[in-house]
Design a protein around this ligand. Structure first.
Ligand SMILES: [Zn+2]
Length: 384
């Protein structure tokens, strides 16, 4: 018996446009072919899925997600994975909190490793820290990583987590960061470095040298600063470096009211980076502090117990809708920023991130308001 699935009656969202009245042929969990419905044929015993004229695009890749619906991605990875999968996120990176101490980081890592394979969508860990700048971020005073970058701290963490870590986010201004970067790369040659929670100058970022230089900006415009410069001139920090530097991918939290980034800042980012370098993230957390009074009306954000902004309550379908609200991006660009760009940023675009022959059949079906209606993971329907 063949293991073919034919998705028909689909408006297929490709990398650079929409294939109307299209079909996708899946074989053994892999996209075997796609094209105009009339041109794609399948064996007679293929399972047929009627997409009902929905938009059919690549499963979302959320590289920066701490948790949602009460489940932390690094405490209850299987439940968190299931929750986000329901919302079309077919690949996520479990993202521990940056304020944890070493033991907590180790425990988070062990939790993720234990759930490996069973938490079907978790394909790695995003380490937001520990060597960020502890002055930045929600509840920053709780961040225990204020001493130097010491081998006795980072070696056990890299030894435990390193092979699973896709991204280490760091503040380049931290003294003695180099031996850490070298060791993290030695343990995992494919690891990507990001700038996050930082006020680094471009000189400090470039001082890292091309071999280890960051290629990703952690939630651009959030938890960043600029060092003072003479004469009241505007400083030039990591956000500006990212906007100017062609190799940098820029993470963006696009929330419904433009709180993490004003609508016009989002427009500016898309203008500077182009649609190929913006990476939508949810930065979803399980914080459940109260909204500050002036932001009472906002439903898709999280606040810490002091009323500070603490990530979002979003899933990627909302982030896609929001970027279409705040910028001139349409459905094709939103899919690119939610799937292909993040896959590229973490070096997984050879196997996922777009509807292309040979890629894993991670496929999401959405209506024209970006409501997820059906989800396929590796060729298996798991919702709808
Ligand atoms: Zn985060």
């Amino acid at each position: 018996m063949s293991n073919f699935v034919l998705i028909k009656n689909a408006n297929v969202v490709l990398e650079n446009g929409i294939l109307w009245n299209g079909a996708i042929l899946v074989k053994d969990g892999i996209i075997a072919d796609f094209g105009n419905e009339k041109e794609i044929s399948a064996p007679s015993d293929a399972k047929i899925i009627d997409a009902n004229d929905l938009y059919v695009g690549p499963g979302f890749v959320d590289i920066h997600v701490h948790g949602g619906s009460g489940y932390k991605t690094y405490e209850e990875p299987i439940k968190a994975s299931g929750y986000f999968l329901d919302h079309g996120e077919t690949t996520i990176l479990a993202t521990p909190s940056y304020s944890m101490n070493l033991d907590e980081f180790l425990e988070a890592t062990i939790n993720v490793k234990k759930a490996w394979g069973e938490a079907k969508t978790i394909r790695g860990i995003y380490m937001e820290g520990p060597y960020t700048n502890p002055e930045y971020g929600s509840l920053s005073w709780l961040n225990p990583w204020r001493n130097g970058v010491l081998e006795k701290d980072y070696k056990p963490l890299v030894d435990e987590a390193g092979k699973y870590v896709k991204v280490w986010s760091i503040a380049p201004e931290r003294e003695d960061i180099m031996p850490f970067l070298e060791y993290a790369r030695e343990v995992n040659p494919d690891v990507v470095f990001a700038v996050g929670h930082s006020e680094a100058t471009p000189e400090q970022i470039r001082a890292i040298g091309s071999k280890y230089r960051p290629t990703l900006m952690t939630h651009t415009f959030n938890a960043t600063g600029r060092q003072p410069v003479a004469g009241g001139t505007r400083g030039y920090g990591p956000d500006e470096y990212c906007m100017r530097e062609p190799e940098m991918y820029a993470e963006l939290i696009s929330d419904s009211c433009g709180i993490h980034a004003h609508a016009e800042m989002q427009q500016l980012l898309v203008h500077c980076k182009g649609v190929d370098k913006v990476v939508l993230i949810t930065d979803s957390t399980t914080s459940d502090g109260e909204n500050p009074p002036e932001l009472k009306h906002i439903k898709d954000l999280n606040f810490d117990e002091q009323g500070g902004l603490s990530g979002s309550k979003m899933t990627m379908e909302l982030a896609c809708r929001n970027i279409m609200t705040h910028t001139s991006c349409g459905i094709t660009q939103a899919f690119k920023m939610a799937a292909l760009n993040p896959a590229k940023a973490i070096g997984m675009d050879n196997e996922l991130g777009s509807i292309a022959r040979g890629k894993r059949a991670d496929i999401v079906f959405v209506d024209d308001k970006f409501n997820v209606k059906m989800v396929m993971l590796g060729g298996e329907m798991c919702r709808g």
